[in-house]
Design a protein around this ligand. Structure first.
Ligand code: FAD
Length: 466
């Protein structure tokens, strides 16, 4: 009998496995089994966060080399080799996945490669392995944590299915050549990262987005700045794709009303991801599913006692770092459940940072101006260009894109949103999150000292303008 069986070895699953037996005072060792059907590390390490960031970093180095002349460094012959970029990506993925496997060994977690199916029988919780070396084995558990992740959403666009020119993000990570023309369907985070990557490498990129603006969690002002910054990408917003014929995407924009088309060597379907609700016995076990995914409470408990669900599978916040925190909250509750004590940790979603690792980067935490206004909050806002920072000018000049926008609740003076577009955005945003999470006010931030020279000083300047 296992204390805990985990279904899925991505960030939600492997972190939960590590945390249950982490060395905290007075804990007894628990027996843990993790079942993963494809690859330890999940989407994030294998075909998500890490490989995309490897390729985007190679593209950034190439771009910086090409632009180095203005800083007195001459690398005019800079070039890139896609095969070598891909090899670097694969080596990095291998290193990190091996690290996860060794963490499992260090924490005495049993790992089975195979598909796990949850079985609920009265108060018994069992997991059946349906394929792989241990096909047919059944393992009992006192608690089960589902971390089955998500899969790409494939909208039923005529001509998309079985079209060799239409790729999802996973296939896009192993293309052999830079496409001359790339059409990206979907202007969300994944679509924009690929648009930025391939336009930097020389592709002619078209993005077709159904909504009126790219990257939904992004403040509208910053989204417009981002589009302007991605000079080589052509955007069609408010545009619905009607059909695909071979390599041509036909779409109609709300504004023009007439059908337009974009020809491409590769069409990237980046229309979002949906929770993986198949293959692990959700329906048969009676798991309650809502419009976002598996329904969970603030401790990540499902409707079935003894079963928790974390990460993309519950659709609450489909980001790797959200999956990490959800895993910790669930593990704290599972530990209390196993030890017969009361759990107290719970999940908070209001200040989760997000980042887009395009060139330029963007990141945000808390509410956008539009979200705050539409929820009836009376706001004050401040928006400053990053050129208020000496370091930004020293390293980028005065014409590079960069901006910080801060949203404050006018009644309480609490910081409720921070949005950053420009270099280091993804590295600075955790601090912005901390200000929001701790309900800090304008005067608290004014009294804080930021390092000089640093791009982060733009946040302080934005707050000083309030
Ligand atoms: P996953 O990582 O999807 O892991 C779930 C695992 O469960 C998979 O390995 C799957 O094989 C396994 N599984 C499913 N069903 C079963 C079963 N029945 N039995 C056994 N195993 C099963 N997020 C960020 O925060 N930052 C980024 O920069 C970022 N970039 C991304 C780029 C791309 C191209 C993509 C696709 C995603 C990106 N994400 C990013 C999202 C991030 O990858 C996910 O939010 C994260 O991986 C979710 O973790 P998870 O553990 O919930 O699920």
């Amino acid at each position: 009998m296992y204390d805990l069986i985990i279904i899925g070895g991505g960030p939600g699953g492997y972190l939960a496995a590590e945390r249950l037996n982490s060395k905290e005072a007075g804990q007894t060792e628990k027996k843990v089994l993790l079942v993963e059907k494809q690859y330890l590390g999940g989407t994030c390490l294998n075909v998500g966060c890490i490989p995309t960031k490897c390729l985007l970093n190679s593209a950034k180095l190439y771009l910086h080399a090409k632009e180095a002349g203005q800083y007195g460094v001459h690398a005019e012959s800079a070039g890139f080799n896609l095969e070598e970029m891909m090899a670097w990506k694969s080596k990095t993925v291998e290193t990190l996945c091996a690290g996860v496997a060794s963490q499992m060994r260090r924490n005495k977690v049993d790992v089975i490669k195979g598909t796990a199916v949850l079985e609920v029988d009265g108060s018994a919780r069992r997991v059946k392995i349906t394929d792989g070396d241990q096909a047919g084995t059944v393992h009992e558990a006192r608690a089960v944590l589902v971390a089955a992740g998500s899969v790409p959403a494939m909208p039923p666009i005529p001509g998309a299915k079985n079209n060799p020119k239409v790729l999802d993000s996973t296939a896009m990570l192993s293309v052999k050549e830079v496409p001359k023309k790339l059409c990206v369907i979907g202007g969300g985070v994944i679509g924009i990262e690929f648009a930025s990557l391939f336009s930097t490498l020389g592709s002619e990129v078209t993005v077709v987005e159904m909504l009126d603006e790219i990257i939904p969690p992004m403040d509208k002002d910053h989204a417009a700045l981002m589009r302007r910054a991605l000079k080589a990408v052509s955007f069609h917003l408010g545009s619905k794709v009607n059909r695909i014929e071979n390599g041509t995407v036909y779409f109609t924009s709300k504004d023009k009303g007439t059908e337009e088309s974009a020809e491409a060597d590769i069409i990237l379907m980046a229309a979002g991801r949906k929770p993986e609700l198949n293959g692990w016995g959700a329906k048969e076990a009676g798991i309650d599913i809502g419009p976002r995914g598996v329904n969970v409470d603030e401790r990540l408990r499902t409707n079935i006692s003894g079963v928790w669900a974390v990460g993309d599978v519950n659709g609450r916040s489909m980001l790797a770092h959200s999956a990490y925190r959800m895993a910790e909250v669930a593990i704290n509750d599972i530990r209390a459940f196993l030890d017969g004590t009361a759990g107290s940790d719970h999940m908070r979603y209001s200040a989760i940072p997000w980042a887009v690792y395009s060139l330029p980067e963007a990141a945000g935490a808390g509410l956008t101006e539009q979200e705050a206004v539409s929820s009836g909050i009376s706001i004050k806002k401040s928006s400053v260009p990053m050129t208020v920072s000496g370091r930004f000018i020293a390293e980028n000049g005065i014409r590079s894109p960069g901006n910080v926008k801060v949203i404050v609740n006018a009644d309480t003076e609490a910081i409720i949103g921070i949005h950053i577009l420009g270099p280091c955005a993804s590295e600075m945003i955790w601090g912005a999150s901390a200000l929001i999470e701790n309900e800090m006010r304008v005067r608290d931030v004014k009294e804080m000292i930021f390092p000089h020279p640093s791009v982060s000083e733009a946040i302080r300047e934005a707050v000083w303008n309030l």
